[in-house]
Design a protein around this ligand. Structure first.
Ligand code: GLA
Length: 384
């Protein structure tokens, strides 16, 4: 059979797939920019998803069609190289790293992707796509990838093909997510626990700024370098610290006059955010939701003033939430420079909060605000 080449045949493939995968986006309650610093994070998979349909096509070509972009491209299995088009690289990277670890397993296939996850909104549409694509190829060709391999293959695709030197949190949450549970993940040794997301009578509301400032990737990679610089300085005096997140705040403060101003701010953010995340998890487990929410506000302050990854649109929404009765916590979520804020909102105040935030936001920026009330769902899974 020939590989599909036009939209009509893609529709046929869609109805007659060999494998269908659903792969979720993720939220992160607290612990931002800590995964690549060996810190604690508190993510979960959500009920918004990417759906991928796969069918073998008996050739050496792979045809990938994105319903959202209404666009398709072809991968030649004998020539898998980085493309100039960013969205191709998610697929190319995954194929490359699977072939590297498991040669000769992947043959020609057609794949259709359809996504509920808005790109650049900080809910990790990219990890959802990479992990879903890897899981689909695993099922289609009986490769036998472990969960850990799914995570690392997707992360490596992001590092080497897409160019974001991300941490492990997004891929981990997409693969390991569990309905109703937050994942308390220690990014230093990847040990984790599921903790019940007992946040009643509050709900998780995401407000999407619908902006994605294009410095996101370059500034993200720069933050990693700045953190590495801070760690090198710390290790000269305290070689026992392997990761920045483990440095106690009192010791970090000894470096205030030694490190460049900017680097010291990054360091201070990381050590404070790690302590905040630990305190926030404890507050959640003891049912102290107000204290938990307060940590989200504090996290935003740090991201804005010390780590400097926020932007005017995100700050406006967090300020709005902080003033709004019934909201106990709010902060920017994900890499920053746009995307969503995550808000803990009392159920009775949810509709009015969303409506009034949208009005105020539109008045200020003349941009439409979108919102999602998310439920915590399962990780990537095969549904056919
Ligand atoms: C992006 C990256 C993650 C993580 C967050 C910030 O989502 O992909 O690895 O660093 O930003 O917490």
């Amino acid at each position: 059979m020939e590989g599909v080449t036009d939209k009509k045949s893609f529709q046929t493939t869609f109805q007659d797939s060999d494998v269908v995968i659903e792969s979720p986006g993720r939220i992160n309650l607290i612990g931002e920019h800590l995964d690549y610093n060996g810190g604690q994070v508190l993510p979960a998979a959500i009920n918004l998803k990417v759906r991928l349909n796969f069918k073998k096509n008996g050739t050496r070509k792979c045809n990938c069609y994105s319903k959202n972009y209404d666009n398709h491209f072809e991968i030649d299995l004998d020539k898998v190289e980085i493309s100039e088009k960013e969205w191709h690289n998610y697929f190319l990277g995954v194929v490359h790293f699977i072939v590297q670890a498991h040669p000769n397993k992947i043959k020609g296939f057609d794949c259709i992707v359809e996504s509920d996850l808005p790109i650049g909104s900080g809910i990790s549409s990219s990890a959802a796509l990479e992990c879903g694509f890897a899981k689909g190829l695993d099922a289609l060709f009986s490769i036998g990838l472990s969960d850990d391999e799914l995570v690392t293959i997707s992360r490596d695709a992001e590092h080497h093909f897409v160019g974001t030197k991300c941490g492990i949190m997004d891929q981990f949450a997409v693969v390991k997510g569990k309905k109703g549970k937050l994942i308390r993940l220690d990014c230093n040794d990847l040990s984790f626990q599921y903790i019940p997301a007992n946040i009643e009578p509050y709900s998780i509301v995401l407000l999407n700024t619908n902006v994605s400032h294009n410095l996101a990737t370059s500034e993200y990679n720069l933050r990693r370098q700045e953190c590495d610089e801070a760690l090198i300085a710390i290790q000269e005096k305290y070689p026992e610290y392997d990761v920045l997140a483990h440095v106690p705040e009192v010791k970090a403060k000894e470096f205030e006059s030694i490190l460049p101003f900017k680097i010291f701010d990054r360091l201070l953010y990381v050590v404070q955010e790690n302590a905040r995340t630990i305190a926030a998890s404890e507050a959640l487990e003891t049912g102290n939701l107000e204290a938990f929410g307060q940590k989200l506000f504090e996290s935003h302050e740090g991201l804005k003033n010390l780590y400097k990854v926020s932007c005017g649109e995100l700050d406006f929404l967090v300020d709005f939430a902080q003033e709004y009765k019934g909201v106990i916590g709010s902060r920017m979520m994900g890499g920053g420079f746009g995307g969503c804020t995550i808000n803990l909102v009392h159920k009775d105040r949810m509709d009015s909060f969303i409506t009034e935030a949208a009005l105020a936001y539109n008045l200020k920026f003349n941009i439409r605000l979108s919102s999602f009330t998310v439920a915590i769902g399962d990780g990537v899974k095969r549904i056919k």
